[in-house]
Write a protein that binds this ligand. Structure first.
Ligand code: FPP
Length: 233
């Protein structure tokens, strides 16, 4: 969700006004995901590197996260959205934010329409270091550590690999986002600044994704026989 600061700057506003304006885009993208039949959606709300920002901006973002969650969780619950938070490890995260998160996760834990993961205080490298520590702590012998072992020790082992990764604001970087799960993600970079992101941009990204040919290192092959496809459906 990138470009909030530039959106605000273009309007002669404070950076935090851009973050506040990003709320509507976020809420609309959750609805677009549900309407479009997407079952996993992850939004990058705050990175492990974002702690370097001025204290006032960090405080604003923490309060905004709490308020957005409080204002929307009941709607999301009714829509069948399961809410989860990825990261949330730093001691600087205020207690009331943690409480709001715990309550939302508890309220929505049995929902199955969409899993909405908010990456808050998230870093892909830290996730991998955490998984490595967990493997060691469980006494797994080094010669038994496989890719599946590592996947099983991530914070959310049930989370699938990313199919489509969208970054807004014409920046072309991963910025330490979900490095393990993004290994074969299709990357879509849009020029739109995050506060202007709407359902039509969501659809545009999904359409671009459907035009990609994913081979996962293989070569193009004839389509599977129809019977096999329907058997898997
Ligand atoms: C990056 O833009 C954006 C953030 C660090 C914050 C994202 C937060 C929201 C969109 C608020 C609504 C969502 C939730 C989940 C509360 P930037 O500040 O780096 O923009 P710039 O690159 O133009 O400076």
């Amino acid at each position: 969700m990138d470009g909030n600061g530039r959106w605000a700057e273009q309007r002669g506003c404070e950076r935090v006004d851009g973050h506040a304006a990003g709320e509507d885009a976020f809420v609309e993208s959750v609805r677009a995901a549900v309407d479009g039949g997407v079952t996993w959606l992850t939004s990058f709300a705050f990175s492990t590197e974002n702690w370097r920002r001025p204290r006032s901006e960090v405080d604003f973002l923490m309060r905004l996260n709490r308020r957005v969650l409080r204002d929307n969780v009941h709607d999301w619950n009714e829509m069948g959205v399961r809410v989860r938070y990825l990261g949330v490890a730093d001691a600087r995260i205020p207690e009331d934010v943690r409480e709001e998160i715990a309550a939302a996760e508890e309220l929505t834990r049995d929902n199955g329409t969409l899993t909405l993961t908010v990456a808050l205080d998230h870093g892909g490298r830290r996730d991998l270091a955490r998984a490595a520590r967990s493997i060691v702590a469980h006494g797994v012998p080094a010669d038994q550590v496989t890719e599946e072992t590592l996947a099983g020790h991530m914070q959310f082992p049930d989370m699938p690999d990313i199919d489509l990764l969208v970054r807004t604001s014409a920046e072309h970087r991963l910025s330490n986002f979900m490095l393990w799960q993004a290994a074969y993600a299709e990357l879509v970079f849009l020029d739109v600044l995050w506060p202007d992101f709407r359902a039509e941009h969501f659809s545009q990204a999904v359409e671009l994704y459907h035009r990609r040919r994913r081979r996962f290192g293989d070569v193009p092959r004839p389509a599977e026989p129809a019977a096999a496809v329907s058997a898997g459906a």
